[in-house]
Design a protein around this ligand. Structure first.
Ligand code: PTJ
Length: 249
């Protein structure tokens, strides 16, 4: 395939597509990950392919939740490693948090590949292979996770999660932070904090806030998290999209 010229008006977006499709060929991304990416692109278009003020605030509150957690875990899948492996590793070091590979289309072979990629980017002691316990009330494969990771975490960051698992983690009493460009998805609606932003921008945003908030008092951070109204934010994002569409023509 010919190189994509930098002058192309959709250069960034096309390069990201190439990243995802190359990652699928390497066996990192499941084939349906390409479809999920396309859905994400459509919603990114609707928000203007930029971090909105609503997402920036959600990223701030997410950083606060991760910083005051006892056992924070970043759950990653194929798409996430393909797009933001280095950023996940960097965030995990600043918080600090464990990283667990947790797949919807789970195979041992793909988990090992993704763990290796994360380790190449500097991650240590990545979890996910054991799958020695189950998230209650989920079908067998999707529920498998590590006891010392997601299962016992109090705060879980789940970029590109599926709605069932997000709800099941909430039912376990965890604070669930989801990154999902679709504000209408079940994941977006069931998470404790939803970041309606592209994972590529969201991870950097959370890290920016984590650096700024790191020395704040834990009680102040907790108050910030407790005052977060996720439903209101989702309504605000939908209002923002609708206003944008109505003002176009
Ligand atoms: O690697 P696996 O086996 O865990 O499989 C991963 C996929 C993504 C295939 C699986 O989790 C899946 O099927 O996801 P869904 O249910 O299609 O949901 C993906 C959600 O992520 C959709 O709501 C998309 O809008 C959103 N999304 C896609 N790309 C991005 C995104 N959100 C933020 N940033 C993105 N780059």
């Amino acid at each position: 395939m010919k190189e994509i010229p930098k002058s192309h008006p959709r250069y960034e977006s096309l390069m990201t597509r190439k990243k995802i499709s190359d990652a699928m060929k390497k066996g990192f991304v499941h084939e349906t990950g390409l479809i999920a990416h396309g859905r994400g692109e459509a919603f990114d278009y609707l928000i203007g392919e930029k971090t909105t003020a609503f997402a920036d605030e959600a990223e701030r509150v997410s950083a606060a939740a991760l910083l005051c957690a006892e056992k924070p875990v970043i759950s990653v899948n194929g798409n996430v490693v393909a797009l933001v492996s280095k950023e996940c590793v960097s965030l995990s070091k600043i918080i600090p948090a464990r990283i667990e590979v947790n797949l919807f289309h789970r195979t041992e072979k793909r988990i090992k590949k993704l763990m290796k990629e994360l380790e190449k980017d500097g991650a240590k002691n990545v979890l996910g292979l054991k799958g020695n316990t189950n998230i209650p009330s989920l079908d067998h494969n999707r529920s498998l996770c590590d006891h010392e990771g997601i299962f016992s975490a109090d705060v879980v960051l789940v970029p590109l999660e599926d709605g069932d698992r997000c709800q099941a983690l909430k039912n376990m009493g965890k604070t669930v932070i989801a990154i999902d460009l679709n504000p209408l998805s079940r994941t977006a609606r069931s998470a404790s904090i939803t970041i309606v932003d592209n994972v590529i921008r969201a991870l950097l945003g959370i890290e920016k806030w984590a650096r700024l908030l790191k020395n704040e008092k834990k009680d102040d951070l907790r108050r910030l998290v407790e005052s977060w109204d996720n439903k209101k934010m989702l309504g605000d994002v939908c209002g923002f999209i609708s206003k944008k569409l109505n003002s176009l023509f």
